[in-house]
Ligand binder design. Structure first.
Ligand SMILES: Cc1ncc(COP(=O)(O)O)c(C=O)c1O
Length: 348
């Protein structure tokens, strides 16, 4: 039986989120969408426990639900598989599981975490092109039946340890997206490697059902999806030329951010799929958003236990995520030069 099927994705309700693993038993508070409710909430939490020394995070479930709704509206034909490596926080994966998303796991530990939430293995893709044999054997035991590959070595490991596993050939996108983290150097078959990698898997008796790619993580150029989708279609065509069964899975990876760039990316993706693929009815399209769900949903509150200010501190730009930290620090405690959006300091 094939694992990835083409079915409309349906998000579930808020009620199911409150009783989800990882959420149930945690403090859940309704916050007003107006004003600085989140900052006020954090400050109240600190005031309630003034001795608190450890950092703590606040997960905004409303943000998670809003992002999922946006995804299903803008990319209605793309099933989201949350990339657990991005943030395996139990409350986040529990909420996403309860909302009906699927999961991209990169290791045995991640698969275990997702299965422990009661998620069925057909909602998991083992999206790591370089796995250890024992982890592949584990995937076989628990029924995780789709994985990625980009080398002959991996084909041999999968043939030996999990011969019924469906394979997606991970390709290197043709153009760099300008993302903060480029993944192209690490993973992805080059066009000239594709025919041999397809043939080797086919000859080993494995089913190569589709193609995956990742344009790079964080703020990349949405145009990169267009080129990558067209390259993926060439691999579909190559598989047919080689006499292999028709491919039907397109995995467009991650690389999404939650701002207006998402809308641009979604438009590019929808148009590229529409333009490239004629067998759309049987095409299963999945995505592996990580940062998209995890980046804006959390706010970290941390106690500043010491400060060391280099002399040029006030002139250096702050790493993007540090600014969020200061949202939780009452302004009067900051020296004037820190009370700026762009600062650079060492936090302890
Ligand atoms: C295979 C794979 N899928 C998805 C992701 C998630 O990427 P992002 O956080 O950019 O959505 C990553 C990140 O490294 C990845 O390697």
């Amino acid at each position: 039986m094939s694992t990835l099927v083409s079915e409309p994705f349906q998000a579930l309700s808020l009620k199911s989120v409150f009783s989800a693993s990882g959420i149930k038993g945690k403090r859940v508070t309704a916050l007003s969408p107006q004003g600085n409710a989140l900052t006020d909430f954090i400050q109240t939490a600190i005031a309630e426990k003034p001795d608190i020394d450890s950092p703590f995070g606040v997960l905004d479930l409303g943000v998670v639900m809003g992002l999922l709704e946006k995804w299903t509206t803008k990319l209605p034909t793309v099933r989201p598989f949350y990339a657990v490596k991005c943030n395996p926080n139990l409350s986040l994966i529990g909420a996403l599981a309860a909302l009906g998303t699927s999961f991209d796991c990169a290791s045995k530990a991640e698969i275990e975490a997702i299965l422990s939430l009661g998620v069925s293995p057909d909602r998991i893709i083992y999206a790591n092109p370089c796995k250890s044999e024992s982890h592949i054997e584990y995937a076989a035991t628990v029924g995780v039946n789709v994985t990625t590959y980009d080398s002959k070595d991996e084909v041999e490991k999968i043939r030996k340890c999990h011969p019924t596993c469906e394979l997606l050939l991970r390709i290197r996108p043709p153009q760099e997206s300008g993302a903060r983290t480029s993944l192209g150097l690490k993973y992805g078959a080059l066009p000239e490697e594709v025919p041999e990698l397809l043939s080797v898997a086919h000859a080993a008796g494995l089913k190569v059902t589709g193609v995956s790619f990742h344009i790079g993580s964080g703020g990349g150029d949405a145009q990169a999806y267009k080129g990558a989708i067209s390259a993926a279609k060439s691999v579909f065509d190559m598989a047919s030329l080689l006499g292999m069964p028709r491919m039907r899975v397109l995995d467009i990876g991650g690389g999404f951010t939650s701002g207006p760039e998402f809308d641009v990316a979604a438009m590019q993706i929808n148009a590229a799929i529409q333009g490239s693929f004629e067998n759309k009815e049987e095409l299963v399209v999945i995505g592996e958003p990580g940062r998209y769900f995890a980046e804006t949903a959390f706010t970290l509150a941390t106690k500043v236990i010491g400060k060391r200010l280099p002399s040029r501190a006030c002139h250096s730009p702050a790493p993007r995520n540090l600014r969020t930290l200061f949202a939780g620090i009452p302004k009067p405690t900051l020296p004037p030069c820190l009370d700026q959006p762009a600062i650079h300091l060492t936090l302890f």
